[in-house]
Design a protein around this ligand. Structure first.
Ligand code: PLP
Length: 396
């Protein structure tokens, strides 16, 4: 059996149509397959490879850390330099109340742990999330998912979860003294890039949470680490969360998640019971070393600064095409909306054949996802847009 046959036989298949590129190596914004064909990665491994692939600083960090040690003990027992330094760097870039970092392995784990923390801290169990929200795929996270198609086969999920309309001020009234936490994405990713420019919404949400003693949780798993044009999207919203959730690009390409809050809130995980959240691999030294290299590069070189300008180029080069019904974008979270799903999938497929990887959104299959590494150049954007334009023209 060749690799492709083994892939289909022994790697669990959950997608009806996996891309099934056989990857040989990757560098910058390019992936290379085993036949030598190159692909421009315009989705960055779904918002992970913000520095592109095989960045020299990431490779060096892996090599240096691997020379010292990898796993040593379960989370929180030993003092591990890469973990400590990453927490120091992260908290230095956040408002002072976000001072305590708990590292886990993935996005959905940060959601699960934040659900527990909010319940434990407030003594309440009602959770609120948004329609069309995506916070992960495990049981608790699925309970916060705002899409019936993806949840109904797995019910019953967590009781007492409510869904409100994203960006709708009236629905803020659903938050009451019974609500433990509100989970919300600053920009809804899987909904097909939806956000509100109206900061009075975020201020009203913050105020309602303060008034009711509800924790406000920002899911920056997809928006974080520079993707929206600032290091964290909430910097543009003029309000800060009680709990900040990070993952995806946080580890610079290795698995890492984190939930960050105040010492006062995090402290409840230390008693009744002690070890209120446990993970074996969370904050793995290798992932923290690459996370530190990635964060230091993004923050110190201010790689987020040109993101909005470069994102506007996509709109400039593509907006003349009548097949595109609308373009929604926030930094390097871009959605091109087409007439229907079939057309979207045909164009995505045509782009792939021509060596450009784009994607669709879980809850919006009529739109094309563009989310390139932050390091993409203006020339590369021009070239990518030529290929996307040709693919659109050939299919309309
Ligand atoms: N939250 C958001 C906003 C996401 O986009 C994702 C993943 O796409 C998750 C949570 C879950 O992250 P993970 O796939 O690492 O569990």
């Amino acid at each position: 059996m060749n690799q492709r046959e083994i892939f289909y036989k022994h790697i669990a298949q959950t997608s009806p149509a996996p891309l099934a590129l056989e990857i040989k190596d990757a560098k910058g914004i390019y992936l290379y397959d085993t036949e030598g064909k190159s692909y421009m990665d315009l989705i960055a491994g779904v918002s992970v490879s913000n520095l592109g692939h095989s960045h020299i600083k990431i490779i060096q960090a892996i090599q240096e850390q691997a020379d010292k040690y990898t796993h040593t003990n379960v989370y929180g027992e030993y003092i591990l330099s890469s973990q400590v330094q990453l927490a120091k760097k992260l908290t230095s870039l956040l408002p002072s109340q976000l001072s305590s970092v708990y590292f886990v392995n993935s996005g959905t784990e940060t959601t699960e742990a934040s659900i527990k923390l909010a319940k434990r801290y407030t003594g309440r169990y009602e959770l609120i999330a948004c329609k069309n929200a995506y916070h992960g795929s495990t049981n608790g996270s699925l309970s916060l998912m705002g899409n019936d198609d993806f949840t109904k086969a797995f019910r019953p999920l967590l009781p007492s979860t409510k869904k409100i309309r994203f960006g709708n001020k009236e629905d803020i009234a659903c938050i009451t003294e019974k609500t433990a936490a509100v989970f919300i994405e600053p920009v809804q990713g899987e909904a097909g890039i939806r956000y509100t420019k109206d900061n009075s919404y975020w201020k009203a949400l913050r105020k309602r949470c303060n008034d009711t003693g509800t924790l406000l949780v920002f899911d920056e798993i997809q928006t974080g680490m520079g993707r929206t044009g600032t290091l964290f999207a909430f910097e543009q919203m003029e309000v800060a969360p009680d709990i900040l959730m990070l993952a995806k690009s946080l580890g610079g390409g290795l698995p890492l998640g984190a939930f960050i809050t105040s010492h006062e809130i995090m402290h409840v995980l230390t008693h009744h019971p002690a070890l209120g959240h446990i993970t074996t691999f969370g904050g793995n030294p290798l992932s923290c070393a690459t996370g530190l290299a990635s964060l230091t590069t993004i923050a110190d070189e201010k790689l987020y600064q040109n993101v909005e300008k470069k994102s506007a180029l996509f709109e400039q080069y593509l907006s003349g095409l009548s097949a595109i019904k609308s373009i929604r974008r926030k930094g390097f979270m871009i959605a091109l909306e087409f007439e229907d799903r079939d057309l979207n999938f045909k164009i995505i497929d045509a782009c792939l054949k021509k060596g450009v990887i784009v994607d669709w959104f879980l809850f919006c299959d009529t739109a094309m996802r563009i989310a390139p590494p932050l390091i993409i150049t203006e020339d590369e954007i021009h070239h990518a847009c030529q290929i996307i334009s040709t693919s659109i023209k050939e299919n309309t």
